[in-house]
Design a protein around this ligand. Structure first.
Ligand code: URA
Ligand code: SF4
Length: 205
């Protein structure tokens, strides 16, 4: 069964979310707690795309509510972009993990899983028709903008994508938190805040 088998006829977010709750488009649903669908109003002018739900998100059923989500919240606050006016989602909707000791550690999705889940993200884009799309991190960026995309070189650039004339990629907040050196962390955080501020400006906030 593919994700497309579950797609409802109408493109409203509530129906999409309901349909995605039963998705068995790839094997990832087997080991995750629940589908973590995107969150935000259908009238949102910006869509933020992360990689996949993490441990907290898997348990709560909401995207970006763990440590990475806190950093995203800080950047949105600083930019004056209210979180409840944007749409926040992920490239894949189930948590992919492996057990290390007692912790469920994030595992990178492969191209098959990304492809299987793509219809959900495409449907979210089609329902919202955003004025700005922001890829958070290399997985979302390379998947939507092409494999040649380098987050280290191309972050902050405004690119035309098939879904939106104003598409941009920035650091994944989890990558900022993981940066081993404080100086790198500070620099990445400043880039991240500046990129989110550019989104706010573009949208007239
Ligand atoms: N990282 C992501 O990419 N997405 C989330 O929802 C949480 C952490
Ligand atoms: Fe379906 Fe995506 Fe979950 Fe795979 S990761 S089961 S395609 S919702």
């Amino acid at each position: 069964m593919t994700a497309t088998d579950h797609l409802p006829q109408t493109l409203d977010l509530a129906s999409l979310k309901k349909a995605a709750a039963g998705c068995q488009g790839c094997h990832l649903f087997e080991h995750a707690t629940q589908t973590v669908f995107g969150e935000g109003p259908q009238t949102a002018s910006a869509v933020f795309v992360g990689e996949q739900p993490g441990d907290h998100e898997d348990l709560e059923g909401r995207p970006f509510i763990g440590p990475a989500g806190k950093l995203l919240d800080e950047a949105l606050n600083e930019a004056g972009l209210p979180r409840d006016e944007v749409y926040i989602t992920n490239a894949i909707k189930h948590f992919k993990w492996e057990l290390r000791g007692k912790r469920r550690l994030h595992k990178k999705p492969d191209s098959r899983e990304l492809a299987a889940c793509r219809p959900w993200l495409e449907a979210e884009f089609a329902a919202i028709k955003p004025e700005a799309i922001v890829c958070l991190g290399a997985t979302a960026a390379q998947w939507l903008l092409g494999r040649q995309f380098r987050i280290t070189q191309n972050r902050g650039e405004v690119i035309k994508s098939p879904w939106c004339d104003w598409t941009m990629a920035t650091w994944h907040p989890a990558a900022i938190l993981r940066a081993p050196e404080e100086s790198a962390r500070d620099r990445m955080r400043a880039d991240f805040i500046a990129d989110i501020a550019a989104v706010a400006k573009r949208l007239g906030y």
